[in-house]
Design a protein around this ligand. Structure first.
Ligand code: S3P
Length: 178
């Protein structure tokens, strides 16, 4: 299979580090970086939170799909996708057809620590969930999303530095000879 290495979609649950890893990876590989949520916000002149509240999740998912199709035309780019993006419409297939997808896999416990530390109202799906309720929500959500995430071209685990090293190695060893 010929993998398109010049467009890399980072996928994974909220809090899995897609943006942090994506920005550093883009610098390392000399690629551009796009955060899909930011892309949607700039196009809509609204925050993701506002879109959820004012237009609803269904409309957000349509906007997300539309933006994915636009971004999938860009080259030499690392794209940090929203946590739900692979799980709606044919988005997962679409990403795999237009580039490579990399799943940043963390356990529900690791995600709960990160999201418990950092989350504010910024992530509409998490709202005010904390502690055991947050962990239960992540466990259940991840179970539903895992079948989509597991269709990724490559999966990495571990901290930011080790994820970047694994991805660079994957890109280098699979890059077609030019
Ligand atoms: C969502 C994840 C968010 C954002 C929206 C919905 C999800 O992105 O797209 O709040 O359904 O998991 P991050 O994964 O970047 O937080």
């Amino acid at each position: 299979m010929l993998l398109t290495m010049n467009r890399i979609f980072l996928i994974g649950y909220m809090g899995s580090g897609k943006t942090t890893v994506g920005q550093l990876l883009a610098t390392r590989l000399g690629y551009n970086f796009i955060d899909m949520d930011t892309y949607i916000e700039e196009k809509q002149f609204k925050s993701v939170h506002q879109i959820f509240v004012e237009l609803g999740e269904t409309k957000f998912r349509l906007l997300e799909q539309h933006c994915l199709h636009e971004i999938a035309d860009f080259d030499h780019v690392i794209i940090s996708t929203g946590g739900g993006a692979p799980c709606f419409f044919d988005n997962m297939n679409y990403m795999n057809e237009h580039g490579i997808s990399i799943y940043l896999k963390l356990s529900p416990e690791q995600l709960a620590v990160r999201l418990g530390d950092s989350h504010t109202n910024k992530r509409p799906l998490l709202a005010e969930r904390k502690g055991e309720e947050l962990l239960r929500f992540i466990r259940e959500g991840l179970e539903l999303r895992e079948p989509y995430y597991s269709q990724a071209s490559f999966c990495v685990t571990g901290d930011v530095e080790s994820s970047i090293a694994q991805i660079c190695n994957f890109v280098e060893t699979n890059k077609p000879v030019e």
